[in-house]
Design a protein around this ligand. Structure first.
Ligand code: MG
Length: 280
């Protein structure tokens, strides 16, 4: 009799545990605060103020940058440049970067030294939040697309957020600083003067493909110096010079990159975070 009771209790406990598992697929606990009798939200997974809904993971924010000093990354970021070296990067051919690291910054080498061209990350990334800081040369040299040109690449160079000195430097709108090159100008020109550090915070959601065709376009949400310049803007395809944008199917992850367009643009404080889902 005792054994039978124990067995029943064990079964009941297991059933309760299973029910808890079903409601918390990530294994992360809820706070226990809240309600269990409120309406179900759309999706049928959680109630309004659900006490079992996993609490958000704590992330320590980085210290904000100043003009004088680079900031720091949040605690869960992948740091791509922390002021010391370019060990997270390589050239497209796999060789070590020829770009120069000095004073906690990095840039392509000054001519006539060989530059090695664009640099790309060794790691691959999918949907990301990317932070970087750049500083255009002062005094500025060149004009139009020849002034402070670089670029932030996603998915092995397919998609480019333009880097340019767009302070008093007229150029075609969809080639301005923070443009989605050849597709969308930024909503506003939030450029700082050359010689001042600027920030890009880019949320890049990768396109999804099915049977070789785009199913969901990629989107970009972006702040330039803290100012919204793209708001879930859907990419039309690859960002190419003088070329109609079309998609070319690719996987869920690809390498990030920085363009060598011949201009000396200094970079610092580069980090990336995977875009999470609410229950991750
Ligand atoms: Mg460029």
């Amino acid at each position: 009799m005792i054994h039978r009771t124990s067995l029943l209790l064990a079964l009941a406990g297991a059933a309760l545990a299973c029910a808890a598992c079903a409601q918390q697929p990530t294994g992360r606990p809820g706070s226990g605060k809240g309600y269990n009798d409120t309406p179900m939200l759309p999706g049928g997974k959680w109630r309004v103020h659900d006490s079992k809904r996993p609490s958000p993971v704590v992330v320590t924010p980085g210290v904000a940058s100043t003009q004088e000093k680079a900031g720091t990354a949040p605690s869960d970021a992948t740091v791509l440049f922390d002021g010391k070296d370019l060990s997270a990067w390589q050239h497209r051919d796999g060789k070590d970067p020829l770009w120069v690291v000095e004073n906690g910054e990095f840039h392509r080498p000054a001519a006539p030294k060989p530059s090695g061209g664009d640099i790309v990350t060794k790691g691959e990334f999918g949907d990301v939040q990317l932070h970087l800081e750049f500083c255009s040369a002062v005094p500025p040299t060149g004009d139009d697309q020849g002034r402070g040109n670089s670029g932030v690449f996603f998915f092995d160079g397919r998609y480019e957020v333009q880097v340019l000195d767009s302070f008093n430097n007229p150029t075609y709108a969809d080639g301005s600083a923070a443009s989605l090159y050849a597709q969308y100008p930024p909503l506003v020109n939030a450029s700082r003067k050359p010689g001042e550090w600027q920030t890009y915070d880019i949320i890049f959601i990768a396109p999804r493909f099915k049977d070789g065709k785009v199913e969901t376009p990629g989107t970009v949400t972006m702040l330039h110096n803290g100012v919204l310049v793209h708001n879930k803007t859907a990419l039309m395809g690859r960002n190419l010079h003088r070329t109609f944008p079309t998609y070319e199917a690719h996987g869920l992850k690809g390498r990030l990159g920085l363009q060598d367009h011949g201009s000396i643009v200094r970079f610092r404080n580069v980090w990336v975070r995977d875009v999470k889902d609410y229950d991750d």
